[in-house]
Design a protein around this ligand. Structure first.
Ligand SMILES: N[C@@H](CCC(=O)NCCCC(=O)O)C(=O)O
Length: 251
């Protein structure tokens, strides 16, 4: 019998980073803190150890999966394109773990929540594609942050998003639009199969999506984890994910 007094256990994707001279598997503090405080779950960071450790080795022991943002870019080879000539960082081990996790999550209907790079990972895993530099695509705004200013300014609200009426996200935050931060160079070009748009930026860029096959599958291009406890709408999103993980426990 499942012990429902325990908090849900949520797997958090890791990035591989070299902190000279060694390679580490890392996840940002603001993500795991938001999961603990706003979702009320226990986050555990998942190293990318494929093929020695398969996601099926632990997925049955988890109640949800969270895909973080990352400064690295999803490799355009994943959607059949070549890398553009910009000084981007890539992370093949994160790409591999993301694909394996997303496919396994959909097969087992585990709650899934993705942020920024995680939002892009889901789109690519389901056959979609990305603009590699949204700011260089006619008709779109520049969605990047100014890395020369303080973090509080980088993560401050940058533009409005209009929520799809009757969608999952609108149902969670109970409002037709909200202002969100914006810290990304890449953005959705072709939407993957089995995905539904949940919000758009004023320039038309897709800013949130849901996964049709999942009981709870949501991903956003912005960073809801930033100061989440001080932001009503973003806290509601994390709470909804936590509720979905708790509902999973009782299955
Ligand atoms: N690298 C991608 C995705 C952007 C992203 O996830 N940024 C994260 C910033 C650091 C953090 O808050 O974790 C892109 O540029 O589109």
């Amino acid at each position: 019998m499942m012990n429902l007094n325990r908090k849900p256990l949520v797997g958090v994707i890791s990035d591989t980073q070299t902190i000279d001279p060694h390679v580490f598997h890392t996840a940002g503090d603001k993500y795991v803190t938001a999961l603990a405080q706003a979702s009320g779950v226990v986050p555990i960071i998942l190293p990318s150890l494929l093929p020695d450790v398969q996601v099926t080795d632990y997925l049955s022991r988890l109640d949800g999966i969270f895909l973080t943002g990352a400064y690295s870019m999803a490799d355009p080879d994943l959607y059949g394109e070549s890398r553009i000539d910009l000084p981007y960082r890539y992370d093949a081990r994160r790409d591999a773990l993301a694909k394996a996790l997303i496919d396994a999550v959909i097969a087992s209907d585990l709650p899934l929540f993705g942020v920024c790079r995680g939002f892009q990972d889901i789109n690519v895993a389901l056959g979609g594609s990305l603009h590699q530099a949204v700011q260089d695509v006619a008709g779109f705004s520049d969605h990047r942050e100014d890395k020369t200013v303080a973090l509080a300014e980088q993560y401050a609200p940058a533009h409005r998003v209009d929520l799809v009426s009757g969608g999952l996200l609108e149902g969670i935050v109970d409002r037709p639009s909200m202002n969100v931060n914006s810290l990304h160079s890449q953005g959705i070009n072709r939407l993957g199969s089995g995905l539904s748009v949940e919000a758009n930026a004023p320039d038309g860029l897709i800013e949130a999506l849901s996964i049709d096959a999942l009981s709870f599958g949501l991903a956003v291009q912005w960073h809801p984890e930033w100061e989440v406890m001080e932001n009503r709408e973003q806290k509601l999103i994390f709470e909804a994910f936590g509720d979905a993980c708790r509902a999973r426990q009782s299955k």
